[in-house]
Design a protein around this ligand. Sequence first.
Ligand SMILES: Nc1ncnc2c1ncn2[C@@H]1O[C@H](COP(=O)(O)OP(=O)(O)OP(=O)(O)O)[C@@H](O)[C@H]1O
Length: 267
Amino acid sequence: MGITNNFYEVKNISFSYDGNEIFSDISFSIEKGDVLCILGPNGTGKTTLIKCLNGLHEIGSGEILIKGKNIKKLSFKEISRNIGYIPQNHAPSFPFKVIDVVLMGRAPYLNLIDAPRKKDMGIALNSLKTLGIDNLKDKEYTNLSGGEMQLVFLARILCQQPDILILDEPTSHLDFGNQIKLLEIIDNLAASGLSIIMSSHFPDHAFLSSNKVAIMKDGCFIDFGSPNDVVTEENLKKAYSIDVKLIELENKRKVCVPLKTNFELSL
Ligand SMILES: Nc1ncnc2c1ncn2[C@@H]1O[C@H](COP(=O)(O)OP(=O)(O)OP(=O)(O)O)[C@@H](O)[C@H]1O
């Protein structure tokens, strides 16, 4: 931590699956404490981009710099000490206890044969406490609800003590209330100095927790900037091909109301 300039920089990157280009020439940067929300329709390449951003997919061209260092030159362990990643789906296969799942977040700091130390256990317990789920610590991970699993996975990532969190649709398994709780957690984590990149299907989420928004469509960012500048009726129409009404609440918060499309089945 501690570096404020060029914290995480993406320069003209492109990616293709077997010659099929998914995106090209994407550039942006984020600083300490930024929350970037990536919006865009299904199949536009958000997950693919996110996998490039954390080094899981190798980009075709361009470069990604973490605190000035090219991601291609960093080992998996070094990337994991900098970036915590929560994928869209993370189905568990073995009934580990929650505390053990969270402790796995310490792997980038341990050698293969090392047992977690007292310090690691302290960090794991603290991660659970930060998210208010220390009551789950002795439960079997496989017995948790989808929402509880999402929070435990986030605790595991916090235990990794990264500077950057990359979250692929972090609210996808959460109920209406827990979605807001998670966005507030994201807000708090950013205020404590973490930088966060997340994808979402809900433009409202950009107003709730982000200071930067990108709208991805047709292989590029069609807009990038502050939520007020980017989440507009015009851009939402361009992105999702529906009419959306933006309404401002008394506290100036904006909400997006999708209008009916009058779609009819041709039976
Ligand atoms: N492993 C793969 N091999 C080939 N094509 C893929 C692969 N993974 C994804 N794709 C294709 O790449 C495109 C982008 O997929 P991606 O999952 O990145 O989109 P997305 O914006 O995250 O979608 P959604 O919002 O539906 O989750 C899609 O056309 C998809 O079919």
